[in-house]
Ligand binder design. Structure first.
Ligand SMILES: NC(=O)c1ccc[n+]([C@@H]2O[C@H](COP(=O)([O-])OP(=O)(O)OC[C@H]3O[C@@H](n4cnc5c(N)ncnc54)[C@H](OP(=O)(O)O)[C@@H]3O)[C@@H](O)[C@H]2O)c1
Length: 233
């Protein structure tokens, strides 16, 4: 990772912050673009819902080796109570925020000498139907479609795209689902491996996807979920 330039949207907290730590320790130059702009590496204030990605990218080197889009949501509600506006909000944050950035970043990604890598985040709730997850599963399902179609389209530029689909992971995003011991215990029990994820679990796979060790991998949706998406025990 020595000398690689990696842009992380959302490295101020959670999975993005754990990833930034790993990348920086391996000698990469990390750019953290988020609303609070407080994290490792070079911090740039950026709101994926409002700001112009071109202005962000203009502050970065002309060659970008990796791009990671972390913003996401967990708003669980019964389907009949979700307003149209809320479906649109999920789509804006989880999908269009990444779309706008990727469109603007193409020239810089194309210039990566050893090929660029893009990492997106889905959720286990796309593969495994779960009650109250319709809004997020719809948005992340679209992101999975984008991962595959764009991986095909950009393979000729040697730009790889993969998505990680985690289950419940201990970050601020999941706070409401884990804010009592009882909730933590029952969440752990739902996973075949007997625990929920930690940011480092997910960051390790994201690191691998950015690294040259995964240079033949593209268009994959990788479940990382303590066995939840595939196993019944
Ligand atoms: N945690 C889980 O249980 C879980 C499960 C399945 C999937 N995932 C997915 O994994 C990804 C990472 O999740 P996480 O748990 O690490 O989330 P998190 O703890 O909420 O961190 C999200 C990061 O994105 C930034 N961010 C949020 N909204 C933004 C915006 N509008 N513009 C720019 N930056 C923004 C935040 O920084 P600022 O607040 O400073 O902007 C923060 O650094 C998400 O896509 C999520 O859907 C997570």
């Amino acid at each position: 990772m020595q000398g690689k330039s990696i842009l992380i949207i959302g490295a101020s907290r959670g999975i993005g912050a754990a990833l930034a730590q790993k990348l920086q320790a391996a000698g990469a130059q990390v750019y953290n673009a988020s609303r609070s702009a407080e994290g490792l590496g070079k911090n740039i204030s950026y709101d994926a819902l409002q700001d112009d990605p071109k202005a962000l990218l203009a502050q970065l080197p002309s060659q970008l080796d990796g791009l990671v889009y972390c913003p996401g949501s967990i708003n669980l509600r019964p389907f009949h109570r979700i307003k149209e506006e809320q479906f649109n909000q999920e789509f804006e944050l989880n999908v269009m925020g990444a779309v706008r950035l990727l469109q603007a970043a193409l020239p810089q990604l194309k210039k990566a000498e050893a090929g660029a890598s893009v990492v997106l985040f889905s959720t286990v709730a796309v593969k495994l139907g779960m009650p109250f997850h319709s809004a997020i599963a719809m948005a992340k399902g679209a992101l999975e479609g984008l991962t595959k179609s764009l991986a095909a389209e950009w393979a000729s530029h040697n730009i790889r795209l993969n998505a990680i689909a985690p289950s419940l992971t201990h970050t601020d995003l999941a706070e409401r689902l884990l804010n009592t011991e009882a909730k933590q215990e029952s969440a752990a029990k739902r996973h075949p491996l007997g625990r929920i994820g930690q940011p480092q679990d997910i960051a390790s796979l994201a690191y691998y996807l950015l690294d040259q060790n995964s240079q033949w991998m593209t268009g994959q949706i990788l479940g990382l979920d303590g066995g939840m998406g595939n196993l019944k025990v």
